[in-house]
Design a protein around this ligand. Sequence first.
Ligand SMILES: [Zn+2]
Length: 478
Amino acid sequence: MEFDLNKKYCYYFKQISDIPRGSRNEKAISDYVVEFAKTHGYEYLQDDVYNVIVYKPASAGYENSTPVILQAHMDMVCEKNKDVEHDFEKDPLDLYVDEEGWLRAKGTTLGADDGQGVAYMLAILDDQNLKHPALECAFTVMEEIGLFGAIALKKEYFKAKRYINLDAGGENQTSVTSSGGARSLIYKDLTFEDNDKPAYRIEIRGLKGGHSAGCIHLERGNAILLAARVGQELNERFKDLQISDFNGGMKFNAIPREADLSFASNGDPEELFKAAQEVFEAIYEELKYSDEGFNGRIVSIERPDKVIALKQSEEIFSMLYVMPNGLQHRSMAIEGLTVASLNAGVAYIENNRFYINDLIRSAAPYHGDIMIRQMQILCPKFNFSFEVHDRYYGWDYAKESELREILRDVLKEKGIEMEERSTHGGLECGVFKGLIPDLDIITYGPISSGAHTPEEKLDLASFDRAYVNLVTVLERCK
Ligand SMILES: [Zn+2]
């Protein structure tokens, strides 16, 4: 298999591989697409975050057909092997074809995620012999760091009611649902007091963690909530626990594996240790089939000068003890799919404030709305504030989809049974669905693997076949 630059999608893949395009560094690639639109005489729009929409008119006979959005993200994840000299701000990717006929980049990510989709769109825009309805080709930015480009799009940019996302890939597959997300900030202003009580630290370790989309249904322990639970249960008994520090977790979208809770108490040390041990044992018993590596311990620490006021400490324990977390709903249409969840991902104290970063995910907006409302009701009860940032909608599973049936037929004619894929993770599809609620959606693309790593590769034979399938689908969008 050779990387044949006479094929337009290969040619454009090479072109865009010469332009550095890590997330937040998309101006050059965005301007390239704008130049392309100008030289081809297309109407286009470039917004202030550098998303570009290029509009290609309907071909003859398709003037009355509903337009179709094609979409891919221009940014790529920049990862390289340690021994490779590569400046992702300046250097072009060093493409080569391996023995199995896969396209790769020497020592770096290939950016097939989502260069494959960008190349397909440019090839389609550059081919006047194709038959299709009016196309609205959306080239988005900052997908890899939180779908921020798609979130900045406005519905006025589009007339289409059909949308093909070219990011998920898979040649024989299409996605049928994705989750929305809302980053929420739960916080409380703190009053610190002088301390003369002995102090201790609860340490939670050994948990599996995992991505909050793919692992939230596995009943794994949340280190932050487990630490708070120990605090709550000790305080019910000793009634004088005052927090001096509390931190755990690293990311909104990862289940926290470790947490440290430091507090002061005049409780009898031996009793305190014994009581903590009892809670650890109860937790271990609960997690023995899901997170058996759980390891909790309590240690004496140096007496801190300052601790959080007693009432506020109690409110932190109680809030974290009762707040909803983890899997909330699963799909009754798709087996094994989580459709609503919360993840208390990070806890920390900064500038006299205690913060929890929580990621709320839902495929359908109503589940998201309810979880947000629950937090809005709950937080003030314990004198917490609650804010939602960067909310984007999900793509709830739709039983009927005309586009999906067209793709299914195109694949079936080649003897392929189309696979349907579902995720509790976020895709740009959900953002588009939020923008245009009656949008019919599929995802499509060639086979690639190793995304986000230097092992990333694109199956060139599949790159050929998936392109043919894609333009066939467009041709049938009468
Ligand atoms: Zn992608």
